[in-house]
Design a protein around this ligand. Sequence first.
Ligand code: GDP
Length: 298
Amino acid sequence: MFATLSDRLADTFKNLRGKGKLSEADIDATAREIRIALLEADVALPVVKEFVGAVKERARGAEVSQALNPAQQIIKIVNEELVNILGGETRRLRYAKTGPTVIMLAGLQGAGKTTLAAKLALWLKDQSKSPILVAADLQRPNAVNQLQVNGERVGVPVFAPQPGNGVGDPVAVAREAIEEAKRKLHDVVIVDTAGRLGIDAELMQQASDIRDAVQPDEVLFVVDAMIGQDAVNTALAFQEGVGYDAVVLTKLDGDARGGAALSIASITGKPVMFASNGEKMTDFDLFHPDRMASRILD
Ligand code: GDP
């Protein structure tokens, strides 16, 4: 990911090398090239406009510096603005002060929620937590089974509906799971909810009902970074339909151009908290805006 954007920006900065001072024309030309690079990376237009506007303004106002030449100065500005649109500071999980921390996952089918649930559980285990996974995705026939298989892979128990234990009712399953977590002294409950191929009212309602029933400490919206501009539209629809505290980007290992990663925090106002970047259970970590910006400008 970001390979083309990275190359494009590197070319842009190359043109500034050796210049003693940046003219207005240099700044305009650079801004134009950054704009094209971002649009080609599938970054949403309003985000591109804001980004380029900010870079231009800061480049014009930049003092002549002893320490940095003009190219370095622009790179520094672009780096800071990238961190900015990627959400600024690294957002960390907020744990409940008392009782188990409840994390609810929402997103479209195929976004990578079930995989992510297990990755998150493993990550939490590595932080000395004792998580439990909850199969509240009762739409897809295989979803419960898939979560159980993934749970086994990472050695984390899965609470799944039993006959007579709320089969077909994901709200009841989620509620019962919290009680089970308390009984068995699990300190984090990860609730996997149903996704559909497209956004629909029933899906949103079900997710909202689960949210109201379990009062999660964190609702995480899981989205596939490969779907480009659609990721932003889906993020906005879930924001309106369910609401969430932070975003998880999946499939960052793919050849997505990076637009989703760059646009989502800026457009939704919600930070990206985790990045999932591969099929292995350990291909997962906190999302660090500063590291991502450095990767783009590498
Ligand atoms: P769900 O429908 O949202 O629960 O999605 P799944 O967890 O079933 O994932 C859908 C597909 O995407 C599966 O084939 C996963 O192996 C794959 N997948 C999930 N996360 C990643 C990731 O970070 N990278 C890659 N390459 N594939 C992923």
